[in-house]
Design a protein. Structure first.
Length: 306
């Protein structure tokens, strides 16, 4: 059986790199990526190239529709992990013209309904565009990264702004679905290889917890009590969404996930989303304690631009 060809857009980012590595590691795909000329020599891109990633020099925000269609010639699966404000519509129209069998837009965030959070509304509008233009798709929702649910060690600065990760947000008893960042690629690889997921939305996650549970586990694992970290209410979370770009993103997620409980597995299933763990019983998720140990053994540091 011949291997399908996957083209990635956004492979230099955190989510894109995890997906690229897992696709290459599976041995089931020919994997290529459109990389902007300014990113060609980045260490993370060179690492992927050494693993077997094929590099196409280009920029979907600058190149003509004809150029983009040329990039997509012979591609079976297109996966986009670009940041939300980049217009993906020309890319997907070009994919349709090129005969791509499946597109995966840049979702990769928790299950949140329309009208709650601006970043999610942007993603949902792209889904609507894909459906309206009868482009074959898979929409992949990814639970919140577990590092966002554990309190940071006192000596560590928050990210993407200093106080984030050092606040107890909401009541703490709202169910929230989570995933280990390094498992995203494994889950996406299973999803895009399966015909059952074509023209469906799939929810990928490791488990479900509450903020109370993750903070209690943090105390157990670290010996810290985190009692000096402030508790912020739903009203304070809402106010913080209006204080800056990254605040609008991070506290926007908090409003949806830790106040409203939109990411709960039960809510996603009610909306007709497929459960990746039921589709793929061979997938081995981390337990919450395993994820906690991994986090506190080497707390990750992410840097962001917008």
């Amino acid at each position: 059986m011949s291997r399908e060809t996957v083209l990635l857009v956004g492979a230099a980012g955190y989510t894109g790199r995890e997906i690229a590595k897992a696709l290459l590691d599976s041995g089931h795909f020919n994997v290529h990526a459109i990389i902007r000329p300014s990113s060609i020599h980045k260490p993370e891109v060179e690492e992927l190239e050494n693993l077997g990633l094929g590099i196409i020099k280009g920029d979907i925000a600058e190149d003509s529709p004809q150029q983009i269609q040329e990039y997509l010639t012979g591609v079976d699966i297109l996966i986009s992990t670009v940041i939300p404000h980049i217009d993906q519509r020309p890319l997907f129209l070009a994919a349709k013209e090129a005969g791509v069998k499946r597109v995966i837009p840049s979702d990769f965030g928790p299950h949140i309904p329309k009208g709650i959070f601006w970043a999610q509304d942007t993603k949902l509008s792209v889904r609507d565009f894909i459906r309206e233009n009868t482009i074959p798709f898979t929409f992949i929702e990814i639970a919140i990264w577990i590092n966002n649910l554990f309190p940071l060690p006192p000596a560590m600065s928050g990210y993407p702004f200093p106080e984030y990760g050092k606040e107890f947000r909401g009541t703490g008893n709202v169910p929230v679905t989570w995933v280990d960042y390094n498992n995203i690629g494994k889950l996406v690889t299973l999803i895009v290889a399966d015909p059952r997921t074509l023209n469906n939305t799939v929810y990928a996650y490791d488990g479900e917890t509450t903020l109370e549970e993750t903070w209690a586990l943090a105390v157990e694992l670290t010996g810290e009590d985190f009692s000096e970290y402030p508790k912020i209410t739903a009203e304070e979370i809402e106010a913080k969404t209006k204080t800056g770009f990254w605040q609008s993103v991070m506290y926007g997620y908090d409003k949806a996930l830790l106040v409203r409980g939109d990411s709960a597995i039960s809510k996603a299933l009610e909306d007709g989303v497929l459960d990746a763990q039921k589709l793929f019983p061979q997938y081995q998720p981390l337990t919450l304690k395993e994820a906690g140990r991994k986090f506190y053994d080497a707390p990750p540091v992410f840097t962001y631009n917008h």
